[in-house]
Design a protein around this ligand. Structure first.
Ligand code: S3P
Length: 167
């Protein structure tokens, strides 16, 4: 089985993905961590030393490698489905799952997050909210192409496993 998790920054893809993989006895991969390990550079460093386009191309390159893998849960970066026709690739990789949260919930989570995210670094709470709304309105059309759309509020692996069983 191949499950690909997508959703906005802060939607809980990585934490949830690890739990899900554990319960389903599948390998877990996080695309960002995979890139950081492979290129020995943090995501913020890739953005500052190169630019977003370089990051997006690495993302697509590494995503493509999952075509030859099996039995995994893969958590993508928030922007992964929205560039280079990646959503098409994601849909051919396996069952795609969009973890959906609204701008208010995402803003709350991102305000409390300790992770450095280049696209939202240094923003005031008001600017963060505006940025989330802007990005989300652009990205939802990609996210909503997922096979399964599930709410990120109190999401438990068992809830998704139930849906996957009927899929
Ligand atoms: C990004 C999300 C990040 C990371 C990069 C860009 C985005 O991943 O890939 O900072 O464009 O939304 P998370 O969704 O895991 O934060």
């Amino acid at each position: 089985m191949k499950i690909v998790l997508i959703g906005f920054m802060g939607s809980g893809k990585t934490v949830f993905g690890k739990k899900l993989a554990n319960q389903l006895n599948l390998n877990f991969y996080d695309l960002d961590q995979h890139i950081e390990l492979k290129y020995q550079m943090s995501i913020p460093s890739i953005f500052t030393n190169f630019d977003e386009t370089v990051f997006r191309n690495l993302e697509t390159k590494e995503l493509t490698k999952f075509i030859s893998k099996d039995n995994f849960v893969l958590s993508c970066g928030g922007g992964t489905p929205c560039f280079n026709n990646n959503m098409e690739l994601i849909r051919t990789l396996g069952v795609s799952v969009y973890i959906e949260l609204n701008a208010t919930a995402l803003c709350d989570r991102l305000l409390n997050s300790k992770i450095t995210r280049p696209l939202i670094t240094g923003l005031s709470p008001h600017e963060l909210r505006q940025k989330i709304e802007l990005l989300l309105s652009d990205r939802e059309k990609y996210y909503k192409q997922a096979d399964i759309i599930i709410s990120g509020i109190n999401l438990k692996p068992s809830s998704l496993i139930e849906v996957l069983d009927k899929f």
